[in-house]
Design a protein around this ligand. Structure first.
Ligand code: URP
Ligand code: ZN
Ligand code: ZN
Length: 535
């Protein structure tokens, strides 16, 4: 029996099963169990029999690279083995007919965040991360959001304490800067990045949040020094503000005019400016929530000449359009988000940009507001688009919507699904050593998907605190029925089994994606700038 187990462990070099004990350490001679008349297992056999905490048996495992039938074993919260006919676990899950996938990583979610107008978003860490878990997401990167005048350190400590109390899935923070004073940049930011928060978020729009050009350059330069990636909401604030006023003055205040008020050109203009700045300093950036084909094209062109610029889009830009804003009686407020929803042609351009690798990941930009006076209707039941809270919920529906489109309906398939929702998010944000794939030694963050479960999305079905989903009424096929976080079952049989606060903080280093390319601009290259040392 010992030999059989040991040999099985070495059956496939690709999915080799690591053994917990070395063969050389086994006692010489026959195992004692063959001497007696009623042989019971030896201690060593016992050890082999209970090598794993859990085996997920008979599923189809998929990563960004491969799809294969295998059992997956978990030990101490990590993936311990992938192989055929694994055994020796305390617990088993039968995954026959199911996909066994890495848990999703959502790298853009606003949780328990206060907007610049003072409005608190609808979710707590507990409700947001519970809804994420129901949708198959096991890690999230949210924001520690500084408002002007705030101490970044104090803000971070506050978000951190809230997350420690509430989070159900593993979490990490982007440091969101709106007021990059010398104290913030030189004293508060460096230790926070060094502690493991290696990404900085800035807005180029929103009247009370946007960073001017010079402050953006300051932040990019500091990020380069600290080895942090810079993530940017890139829209031209002046165009949006100017056109918004003109619409309102003329009485065009319904939700649908929100889309008009963000002229299409506002996105490529800001992305182009951001890239010019990033190229000047040779600092990697990621463009958040790309919504237009023109925006994606700017990124494509820059990547084509070697600039280290990454791009995300979000579920809503792939499945919704500006037409969704056109509802009577203020209902359109549910779909107000920025950048606004665009057209079906943009949807196609965004899928194409993902396929080409110009955009690398799909996040939710979960920005939840209730449908009442605390949220979307704080300024009346038919609010002016200018006074409507920006954002929509999406942590829970991101993966099921994408699974239905990509796996069930076959658009790009399951490996790209894993790549864009788990593997690339982990790689770009410095989590790739433990998250985003099912490899030996990785955290056992696993979503087991029933590819045949049909679900009609309704407002009652989702678990966040907004009370609605922007995708209500759609019937999709494929659902994550069991979800594990570090080997522990957190979702099963339609119930959340994890306690608030059981999610762990994920410290992140900058990693390869945040490392400058080394291609200095003429202005920053002492060999071409008459010897000036500008870094
Ligand atoms: O409309 C949105 N996306 N609100 C959240 C804040 C942001 O712009 O990402
Ligand atoms: Zn944004
Ligand atoms: Zn956002």
């Amino acid at each position: 029996m010992l030999c059989a187990l040991a040999d099985r462990g070495q059956a496939s070099p690709r999915f080799a099963v690591p053994l917990n004990c070395n063969r050389d350490q086994l006692p010489a001679g026959p195992p004692s169990s063959i001497i007696g008349a009623q042989p019971g297992p030896t201690r060593i056999e016992e050890l082999f029999m209970r090598r794993y905490d859990l085996i997920i048996r008979g599923g189809t495992v998929a990563t960004a690279a491969d799809t294969f039938s295998a059992d997956l074993a978990v030990k101490d919260g990590k993936v311990a083995a992938l192989g055929l006919g694994l055994d020796g676990a305390d617990r088993e899950i039968d995954a026959t007919g199911h996909f066994v996938l890495p848990g999703g990583i959502d790298t853009h979610a606003h949780i328990e965040q206060i907007a610049s107008n003072g409005m608190l978003n609808a979710d707590t860490f507990e409700t947001a991360t519970r809804s994420a878990a129901f949708g198959g997401t096991t890690s999230v990167i949210c924001f520690a959001c500084q408002h002007r005048g705030d101490s970044l350190k104090a803000v971070y400590e506050d978000y951190s304490a809230r997350a420690r109390r509430g989070a159900i899935i593993d979490y990490s923070f982007h440091l969101l800067l709106t007021d990059p004073t010398p104290t913030v940049l030189n004293e508060e930011l460096p230790p926070l990045v060094a502690e493991g928060n290696a990404s900085i978020k800035v807005f180029m729009t929103y009247d009370l949040m946007n960073i001017g050009d010079e402050a953006l350059l300051d932040i990019l330069l500091k990020a380069r020094e600290l080895g942090a990636l810079v993530a940017v909401h890139a829209e031209n604030n002046g165009m949006i503000s100017w056109l918004g006023k003109r619409l309102v003055e003329r009485g065009y205040t319904d939700a649908k005019y929100h889309a008009v008020s963000h002229p299409r050109a506002s996105e490529p203009e800001a992305i182009n400016r951001l890239i010019a700045f990033a190229e000047l300093l040779d600092q990697p950036v990621i463009v958040y929530h790309v919504a237009t084909g023109e925006g994606a094209a700017v990124i494509r062109e820059a990547r084509g000449r070697g600039v280290k610029v990454y791009g995300e889009t979000c579920t809503q830009y792939l499945f919704l359009t500006a037409q969704d804003l056109d509802r009577p009686g203020g209902e359109g407020a549910k779909w107000v988000c920025s950048p606004p929803l665009r057209t079906t042609a943009d949807q196609e351009a965004l899928w194409q940009a993902l396929a080409l690798g110009d955009l690398q990941l799909v996040s939710s930009d979960h920005a939840p507001y209730t449908l009442d006076e605390r949220g979307k209707y704080a300024h009346g039941h038919v609010p002016s688009f200018k006074r409507t809270a920006n954002g929509m919920p999406g942590l829970e529906t991101r993966l099921p919507m994408l699974f239905d489109a990509m796996v069930t309906r076959g658009r790009f398939g399951i490996n790209k699904f894993v790549q864009w929702t788990a593997t690339e998010p982990a790689r770009i944000y410095g989590l790739g050593d433990r998250k985003g794939t099912l490899a030996i030694g990785a955290d056992a963050d696993i979503a087991i998907w029933d590819p045949s479960q049909r679900v009609t999305l309704t407002d009652d079905l989702v678990h966040d605190n907004t009370g609605y989903t922007p995708f209500a009424g759609r019937t999709i096929t494929g659902w994550p029925t069991t979800v594990l976080r570090r080997g522990e079952t957190i979702i099963a049989d339609g119930e959340c089994q994890a306690a608030a606060g059981s999610g762990a903080y994920l410290p992140r280093r900058g990693g390869e994606a945040a490392t400058p390319s080394g291609r200095l601009s003429p202005e920053f290259d002492p060999e071409r700038n008459f010897g000036a040392k500008l870094y």
